[in-house]
Design a protein around this ligand. Structure first.
Ligand SMILES: Cc1cc2nc3c(=O)[nH]c(=O)nc-3n(C[C@H](O)[C@H](O)[C@H](O)COP(=O)(O)OP(=O)(O)OC[C@H]3O[C@@H](n4cnc5c(N)ncnc54)[C@H](O)[C@@H]3O)c2cc1C
Length: 221
């Protein structure tokens, strides 16, 4: 008779697919995530250069399944004996306990810096909407800084040299988007900056997109 309470932790790809398909006539579904929306990550690079708007690549959790409940909180620990997830509520930063019958952890992964000093402090990441927004702001700010009348040619080049680290699919996509933005849009908006612009892609391995087959790798290079 009583519905089983399914708690899904996370609102990314895995969690989103599950919350869309779970039968809420059989299960009570509770989603716990600090992010009340799903992000369509393949379009993050495009949103970072303004080709698509942020709002077009997200879906609110409550739209995924209108019968689920959502708790805006970060899971901190799981008490498997009491069947409770210990959380920190985002808005008020207070503790919250979420009981479950069935628990699904779909919290994804953290971006790796591979232990390289300075990366965390000095680089942009590309995993969340706020990352894309920060990157877009930084690109425009660098273009504006390079447009100031008293800026030397050397400084213009510094400001307009964009380096993408990582030759996997996301890095290749990001450099492609940057290249298109700088070669197409920048020409129209900041024509005087064109001679100073360059994009570089850095990869430590012998090939780009190593996950794919050789013909595609060659085509990418
Ligand atoms: C720029 C970019 C482009 C990509 N392009 C592609 C592509 O074209 N094709 C492809 O197949 N894959 C692509 N990927 C990879 C794909 O996005 C990941 O494989 C996928 O997101 C993994 O899904 P997930 O559900 O495991 O984690 P995620 O989608 O990362 O979701 C994790 C969720 O857990 C939440 N969370 C984290 N910690 C906690 C916590 N403690 N408590 C509660 N919630 C928590 C997060 O807020 C998030 O909602 C791309 C990734 C990036 C970054």
């Amino acid at each position: 008779g009583k519905k089983k309470r399914v708690v899904i932790v996370g609102s990314g790809w895995g969690a989103n697919a599950l919350m869309k398909t779970l039968d809420t006539t059989v299960h009570e579904v509770i989603v716990v995530s600090p992010r009340n929306y799903f992000v369509f990550t393949p379009m993050l690079a495009s949103s970072a250069v303004g080709t698509v708007e942020y709002r077009s690549i997200i879906e609110p959790v409550r739209w995924a399944n209108s019968n689920l409940e959502y708790q805006e909180a970060m899971a901190m620990d799981v008490d498997t004996k009491r069947k409770v997830v210990h959380c920190k509520a985002v808005a008020e930063k207070r503790d919250l306990e979420v009981p479950y019958d069935l628990l699904v952890l779909s919290v994804g992964m953290k971006t790796s810096t591979f232990g390289v000093p300075g990366v965390k402090e000095n680089c942009h990441f590309l995993k969340e909407i706020e990352h894309a927004r920060a990157l877009r702001t930084a690109i425009i700010e660098n273009c504006e800084a390079a447009s100031l009348e008293d800026v030397s040619e050397e400084r213009k080049r510094e400001l307009l040299t964009f380096v993408v680290v990582g030759g996997g699919p996301a890095g290749v996509e990001m450099s492609g988007e940057l290249f298109d933005f700088l070669n197409e849009d920048l020409k129209k908006i900041y024509p005087k900056l064109v001679p100073y612009v360059s994009t570089k892609l850095v990869e430590s391995g012998g090939t780009l997109i190593p996950q794919f087959d050789t013909p595609l790798q060659k085509k990418t290079i």
